[in-house]
Design a binder for this molecule. Structure first.
Ligand SMILES: Cc1cc2nc3c(=O)[nH]c(=O)nc-3n(C[C@H](O)[C@H](O)[C@H](O)COP(=O)(O)OP(=O)(O)OC[C@H]3O[C@@H](n4cnc5c(N)ncnc54)[C@H](O)[C@@H]3O)c2cc1C
Length: 448
C-alpha cells in the first residue's frame, strides 16, 4: 500500500466511525433534494424498509417521521427535520380481475403499474401529466389529470393499508368505512405510512391525442364546457399573452370502430402538423405521441413519456383549483397580471377536474378548473407574484395544490376545507402525539 492509498483507507475508516450509526433499514445519506432541486430536505435520516414489518419497526422507533414518495412535490409537504421513510422497495402489484381492482405496494409508480395492468387488459381512469410519481404520493396530495368527468387520482382508491403511529396496521375501505374512508384517502401523509393501495380498474382502452394552436380566450366565454369537453381529457396551455391559449391538447378515448378524424380547425385554432412540447422551443421528444396516433391509455394520458425528463426539469410549480362554473372569470382575473407573470413563466396549463367527496381533496364537492403555472427557477420573483395571483383569485376561493408552491394564509386555506375539523379529529385517532406532523402541516392546518 503506498502512502496515498494508506491515507485514503485510514481516512475512510475515521470518517466511517464518525458517522452516526444507522438503525435497521435506515440510511444516513447526506443532503437530499426534491425532484426539482428547489428544496433540500431538513434531515439526512431516511428509512428504506424492505417489508411492512420493517415499516412498523421504523415507525415504532421514531418520535417524528414523514413518508416520502418519489420527491416530486415542490413544497415541504414531505419534509421532516427528524426522519423520512421511503417505501420504494414495497413495489408489489397484485391484480384481482374478479373485483376489477389492483393492489399496489406504496413504492409503485404509475409508470411501473400501467404497462403491467394494460398487458392483462386493464386500465386506470386517468393519469397526471407525468407517470414518474408514486401512487401513494399522488393520492396523498389529490394529484389530478384533466377531464370534465374525471375525478382526481385519489378517486379510484377503494381501500388502503397504513401503519399508524403506534406501529399497528390499519385498513380502510370505501365499502366498509364510509365517512372515515372519505376523510382519509387524501391524507397529506398525516395519518400514517401507507403501505399499500387498492385501485379500481376498467377494461383497457385506446386514446388518440392531437394539438391545436392559438385558441382565443374569447371562445371560453360561451363555450367553456364545449372546449374542455371536446375530449376525454383536455388541456389548454398559455403564456398569458395575446388573450389566447397557445396550444390545446385534446385526448380522445377511442371505442372500437370509432372514427379517429380531427378537423383542421377547433374554435378558430389550427391543427398542429408537427409534434409539440407545451413549452414553446423545447424539443417534443419527451412528449407522448400526438397527431391523432392511437395508442394505449398510459402512453397518451400523460403529456410526458416515462423514460424522459418531464416538463422542463429545472422549474417551480404552482396550481390553484377554482369552481369550474366561474372558470372563465378566474382566467380573466389572472390575465390582468400577464406582464408580471410571463417573464418568469415557462407555461400555464388549464385543466378540469370532476368533483369528489374526499374531505381534503382540492376538488371536494366542487367541479373545478385548475390554473397551473410552470415557473422558471426564480423563487425570489415567483414568491412576489404568488400573493398577487392569490389576491386576484380570492373571489373564487382557490384551493392550492397540496404538493406545489403557494403563499395562501393558513386561516384562508383552512376555511376552504369544510371537513377540516373532522379530518383533524381523525388524525388524533391514528396519530395522537402528532408523530407524522411536520412544519408544513403545523403551519397550514394548525396555525391561524
Ligand atoms: C414535473 C412534474 C409534473 C407534475 N404534474 C402534475 C399533474 O399533472 N397533476 C398534479 O396534480 N400534480 C402534478 N405534479 C405534482 C405531483 O403529482 C405531486 O406533488 C405528488 O404528490 C408527487 O408524488 P410523489 O410520489 O413524488 O410524493 P412526494 O412528493 O414525495 O410526497 C407527497 C406527499 O405524499 C406523502 N406520501 C408519499 N408516500 C406516502 C406513503 N407511503 N404514506 C403516506 N404518505 C405518503 C408525503 O408524505 C407527502 O405528504 C407534478 C410534479 C412534477 C415534478
Amino acid at each position: 500500500m503506498d502512502k496515498r492509498e494508506f491515507l485514503k483507507a485510514s481516512g475512510a475508516i475515521v470518517a466511517g466511525s464518525m458517522l452516526p450509526r444507522a438503525a435497521r433499514g435506515q440510511e444516513i445519506t447526506g443532503p437530499r433534494q426534491n425532484w426539482a432541486g428547489n428544496l433540500t430536505y431538513s434531515t439526512d435520516r431516511l428509512y428504506t424498509p424492505a417489508s411492512v414489518d420493517e415499516v412498523r419497526q421504523a415507525v415504532r422507533s421514531c418520535q417524528r417521521l414523514r413518508a416520502l414518495g418519489t420527491r416530486h412535490s415542490f413544497n415541504a409537504i414531505a419534509d421532516s427535520t427528524a426522519n423520512q421513510i421511503s417505501l420504494a422497495h414495497l413495489d408489489s402489484i397484485a391484480l384481482d380481475e374478479k373485483s376489477r381492482t389492483v393492489t399496489v405496494g406504496a413504492g409503485v409508480t404509475y409508470g411501473k403499474l400501467a404497462p403491467v395492468i394494460d398487458a392483462r387488459g386493464w386500465a386506470l381512469h386517468n393519469l397526471a401529466s407525468l407517470p414518474h410519481i408514486s401512487v401513494a404520493g399522488a393520492i396523498a396530495t389529490a394529484t389530478h389529470g384533466s377531464g370534465l368527468h374525471n375525478g382526481n387520482l385519489a378517486t379510484p382508491v377503494s381501500g388502503f393499508e397504513f401503519v399508524t403511529a403506534d406501529g399497528e396496521i390499519a385498513r380502510l375501505s370505501r365499502d366498509k368505512d364510509g365517512e372515515h374512508f372519505l376523510g382519509a384517502v387524501v391524507g397529506l401523509g398525516a395519518l400514517g405510512v401507507v403501505t399499500s393501495v387498492t385501485l379500481d380498474l376498467q377494461p383497457t382502452y385506446q386514446v388518440a391525442q392531437s394539438v391545436y394552436r392559438n385558441l382565443s380566450f374569447d371562445h371560453l366565454k360561451d363555450h367553456f364546457d364545449a372546449i374542455f369537453g371536446a375530449g376525454y381529457s383536455v388541456s389548454l396551455f398559455t403564456d398569458w399573452q395575446n388573450h389566447r391559449a397557445t396550444q390545446v391538447w385534446i385526448k380522445r378515448r377511442l371505442a372500437p370502430g370509432d372514427k379517429n378524424e380531427w378537423g383542421h380547425e377547433f374554435f378558430g385554432a389550427a391543427l398542429a402538423t408537427e409534434k409539440l412540447h407545451p413549452i414553446e422551443g423545447h424539443s417534443a421528444e419527451a412528449c407522448t405521441d400526438q397527431q391523432g396516433l392511437p395508442g394505449p391509455w398510459y402512453e397518451r394520458l400523460p403529456h410526458f413519456k416515462m423514460n424522459f425528463t418531464p416538463s422542463s426539469g429545472r422549474e417551480l410549480q404552482t396550481e390553484y383549483l377554482v369552481p369550474r362554473d366561474r372558470g372563465y372569470e378566474a382566467i380573466l382575473a389572472v390575465e390582468k397580471l400577464r406582464d408580471q407573470i410571463t417573464p418568469h413563466l415557462f407555461v400555464t396549463e388549464l385543466r378540469t377536474i370532476a368533483p369528489d367527496n374526499l374531505w381534503m381533496s382540492t376538488a371536494d364537492r366542487r367541479p373545478s378548473l385548475a390554473i397551473h403555472f410552470t415557473w422558471k427557477p426564480e423563487w425570489p420573483e415567483v414568491s412576489r407574484i404568488l400573493p398577487q395571483i392569490e389576491a386576484q383569485l380570492e373571489p373564487f376561493e382557490p384551493r392550492p395544490h397540496w404538493g406545489k408552491l403557494f403563499t395562501v394564509a393558513p386561516a384562508k386555506l383552512q376555511s376552504r376545507y369544510v371537513r377540516l375539523a373532522e379530518f383533524k379529529e381523525q388524525l388524533v385517532r391514528f396519530d395522537p402525539q402528532g408523530k407524522f406532523r411536520n412544519q408544513f402541516l403545523s403551519k397550514n392546518l394548525y396555525t391561524s
